[in-house]
Design a protein around this ligand. Structure first.
Ligand code: FDA
Length: 312
């Protein structure tokens, strides 16, 4: 296991500890959360969304929340997401949303998540929007792909999902997505490295293996004509893939770059200024703990935001 993977695993294990959660909940936004999260509610996030949109970048909007374990909470979350869809559309912004399937009750039952995700997808279709099903940890993976398939069978053509290059099984999952997407005119797939703590049995543990896997999956997806959402801040990998799409004369209907709010802002500006299709994933909401701990786990330097918040 290389250092980045070891660091991520230690950070994510630490983040699971109750006392760490309690500490973060107490000090909240003072610990640098605002660097990665646009606001505690939509009203606070709207100026950020408007600024990003005005700068020529696209949006992926995420009402934070995950791992909901009861039906009532999942239903309440779905209502809040649907209200956010209305609010974003009313503000004249592109309603491209991402959801965590577990926030719509995937951990309760696939049927519940299907019902709620279908409602969200329908609302989004009504305002010309899209829905991406984020990919969570391995226990949710098969159900997420089943959910994607069910929505596809419902005729929800505005739904896409995510695959993670750190998982050994992903080449097989990519073939399943390719089969499902075959009859969709604008099928999209977001490709990421993966942000969760997974065992060596199921996931690559070395950075090179994860990057090699990403590269292979990306070329396969582009080759079959999926619109590839290149979701990475890995500049070398990104530039290699952008050189490929330029050489192959693929336009924005075949790919776009996606990056997280608050990460590699300079690179985001540079790509947007160069006319690269780029979307920024902007989360908002008060359930930020899981999301923020994954961002801290991605880069040791991010701990400085926490320390600065405490002592600065
Ligand atoms: P890598 O981690 O190698 O980072 C490359 C460089 O980017 C670093 O050297 C650093 O400069 C910078 N960087 C990366 N992360 C940073 C951070 N947190 N803070 C500051 N700088 C950072 N994962 C998942 O499992 N399921 C999902 O659905 C999604 N969805 C998703 C959407 C979008 C739009 C993006 C960009 C990412 C995700 N992810 C995700 C997260 C993804 O799996 C991965 O954890 C992160 O993107 C970090 O990996 P990179 O490919 O960026 O490279």
């Amino acid at each position: 296991m290389d250092f980045p993977t070891l660091y991520r695993n230690i950070m994510l294990a630490t983040a699971d500890a109750g006392f760490v959660k309690g500490f973060f909940s107490r000090y909240g936004w003072r610990l640098g959360v605002g660097r990665f999260v646009a606001g505690a509610d939509l009203a606070k996030a709207l100026p950020v969304l408007e600024r990003i949109s005005a700068s020529g970048k696209g949006l992926i909007i995420d009402l934070l929340g995950e791992f909901v374990t009861d039906e009532a909470a999942a239903r309440a979350t779905a209502v809040r997401i649907r209200q956010s869809v209305t609010g974003v559309a009313a503000a004249g912004l592109d309603p491209y949303f991402s959801v965590k399937p577990s926030q719509l009750g995937l951990g309760v039952s696939l049927e519940l998540a299907h019902e709620l995700a279908h409602e969200v997808a329908n609302d989004l279709a009504g305002v010309g929007g899209r829905l991406c099903l984020d990919m969570e940890d391995v226990p949710h993976l098969e159900d997420t792909l089943d959910l994607y398939q069910l929505l596809h069978e419902d005729g929800c053509a505005n739904v896409s999902t995510v695959l993670q290059s750190y998982l050994k099984r992903t080449p097989g999952d990519l073939e399943r997505v390719i089969d499902l997407a075959a009859d969709l005119p604008k099928a999209e797939l977001r490709l990421v490295k993966g942000a969760y703590r997974e065992s060596a049995e199921v996931s690559w543990q070395e950075r090179k293996q994860i990057v090699d896997s990403y590269r292979e999956l990306a070329y396969r997806a582009l080759d079959v004509g999926l619109k590839l959402n290149i979701a990475t801040h890995d500049e070398a990998l990104l530039r290699e893939l952008l050189a490929f799409v330029r050489g192959a004369k693929l336009d924005a209907s075949h790919y776009e770059v996606q990056m997280l709010y608050g990460v590699r802002n300079g690179l985001q500006d540079e790509l947007a200024a160069a006319g690269q299709p780029l979307r920024v994933y902007v989360p908002f909401g008060d359930d930020w703990y899981g999301y923020y701990s994954r961002r801290l786990a991605e880069r040791p330097g991010n701990l400085a935001f926490v320390v600065r918040g405490l002592f600065g």
